[in-house]
Design a protein. Structure first.
Length: 350
C-alpha cells in the first residue's frame, strides 16, 4: 500500500523513485564497493534500500545502526552480518563453530563481543571461491561513527573485494563525514557512488496522493491534495501520513494528525540533538525559531541572534552553529539562504 506509514519493502509499494532505484541496482550489479544514498529526512531513503535489499538474490545482510543503542555492541552487529552471509552461502556448521571460537579468542561467549574480522575473512574466502559477491546494507550509518566502526568498514573496503556496502543516513552532513569527506576519516579516498533522493516536485507529489487514494478507493478533492502538498513540501514521508489519515478523516483533521505525529517525531530528534549541547541549547533554539519565519542569510541569522542575546557573536561561532544544524539535516542551504529542511519542524519548535 502506498499509504502504509512503515518503510516500504516491495517495489509495487514504492512510488516514483524509479531512476534512483535503477541507479542503485546498476551500482550493485556493476560491483561498486561503496554506495551512499543521500537526502533529507523523510524522503524515502530507507524504503529505497529495503526494496533493493528484498529484490536482491545475492548473499546480503541488513544493519540498522540504531540497534546498537539497545545495548548491542557494534562488533556483534557486524559479526552477525557476516555469519548471516556465510549461512546464506551454506557453509558447514563446523566451519561456523570454528569462526565463533576464533572470534571470541578462546573466551567464553557472553564475556565479550565477538570480533567480526574472522567471519568477514571467511566470507571473503568463500565468496571468492564461488565467484560471488555479498552486499551489506547499513541504515543510519552515521550513528556508527561514535564507535569508530568506520575503521572496520575501511578494512572491509581495502581487504574484502567480494563485499559491497550500501549506506544511508538521515543526518546528511554526518553521513558525508562518515563515508570520508574529511581527510581524517578512515574511509577518505575510497571511491564511492552517491545516489541523491529529493523531494517530490508538485506534479509528482499530486500524482502520488491521487494514486494512493485510488488504490484505497477514496475520493479526495483536488483542492485538498494541493493544500496538503503546499503544507508538507513534497516530503513523501509526511505525504504518506496525510494519505493514511485522509482516507478516514476530513482534510483539516488529517493535517492535524500529521502535525501531531510530526511534533512527536521531530521533537524527539531535536531534543536528542540539543541534549548534547546544553550550554548552547538556547542559541540553537533561537536560530531554528528564526528560520521558522522563513529563509534567512548567514548575516541575517547573525543579526537575529545578536539582537536576541544583546551581545556580539563571533563569525566562527556563527558558522559552527549553522554547520551543525546543516550536518544534522535540521537546516538546509538553498540559493544562498538557510531554511528549515522540514516544514513541520516549525510545529515542533512551538
Amino acid at each position: 500500500m502506498l499509504f502504509d506509514v512503515q518503510a516500504k519493502e516491495r517495489k509495487g509499494d514504492f512510488y516514483n523513485y524509479s531512476e534512483e532505484m535503477a541507479s542503485l541496482a546498476s551500482a550493485i550489479g556493476s560491483g561498486e564497493r561503496l554506495i551512499v544514498v543521500k537526502g533529507p529526512r523523510r524522503v524515502g531513503k530507507t524504503s529505497l534500500m529495503k526494496v533493493a535489499f528484498n529484490s536482491l538474490p545475492a548473499p546480503k545482510a541488513w544493519i540498522d545502526a540504531r540497534k546498537i543503542f539497545a545495548g548491542v555492541q557494534a562488533e556483534s552487529v557486524f559479526h552477525e552480518a557476516f555469519v548471516s552471509i556465510l549461512r546464506q552461502i551454506k557453509v558447514e556448521e563446523r566451519l561456523l563453530a570454528r569462526i565463533e571460537s576464533v572470534s571470541l579468542g578462546g573466551v567464553s561467549a557472553g564475556i565479550r563481543a565477538p570480533l567480526p574480522s574472522a567471519a568477514a575473512e571467511e566470507a571473503q574466502k568463500e565468496l571468492a571461491r564461488r565467484k560471488s559477491r555479498a552486499v551489506i546494507f547499513i541504515d543510519e550509518a552515521q550513528l556508527l561513527k561514535r564507535y569508530d566502526a568506520d575503521r572496520f568498514l575501511a578494512y572491509v573496503y581495502d581487504n574484502l573485494s567480494t563485499v559491497q556496502m550500501v549506506m544511508a543516513g538521515s543526518q546528511v552532513g554526518l553521513l558525508e563525514e562518515f563515508v570520508g569527506q574529511s581527510a581524517k576519516a578512515p574511509l577518505f579516498g575510497r571511491a564511492k557512488t552517491e545516489i541523491e533522493m529529493k523531494r517530490l516536485a508538485g506534479r509528482k507529489a499530486a500524482e502520488f496522493l491521487a494514486k494512493g487514494f485510488a488504490e484505497a478507493g477514496a475520493k479526495v478533492p483536488e483542492n485538498d491534495i494541493l493544500a496538503a502538498i503546499s503544507s508538507l513540501d513534497g516530503l513523501i514521508g509526511w505525504l504518506t501520513y496525510y494519505g493514511h489519515y485522509r482516507i478516514s478523516h476530513p482534510h483539516e483533521k488529517a493535517l492535524e494528525l500529521v502535525r501531531r505525529d510530526a511534533v512527536e517525531i521531530t521533537s524527539s530528534e531535536l531534543n536528542a540533538f540539543l541534549a548534547l549541547r546544553k550550554g548552547m541549547k538556547g542559541r540553537y533554539k533561537t536560530l531554528l525559531k528564526a528560520l521558522g519565519q522563513g529563509p534567512l542569510s548567514w548575516e541575517e541569522m547573525k543579526i537575529h541572534l545578536r539582537l536576541k542575546e544583546k551581545k556580539e557573536i563571533s563569525d566562527s561561532r556563527m558558522t559552527e552553529y549553522l554547520s551543525k544544524l546543516v550536518a544534522y539535516s535540521f537546516v538546509e542551504k538553498v540559493d544562498g539562504k538557510y531554511a528549515l529542511s522540514d516544514p513541520l519542524m516549525k510545529e515542533a519548535l512551538s
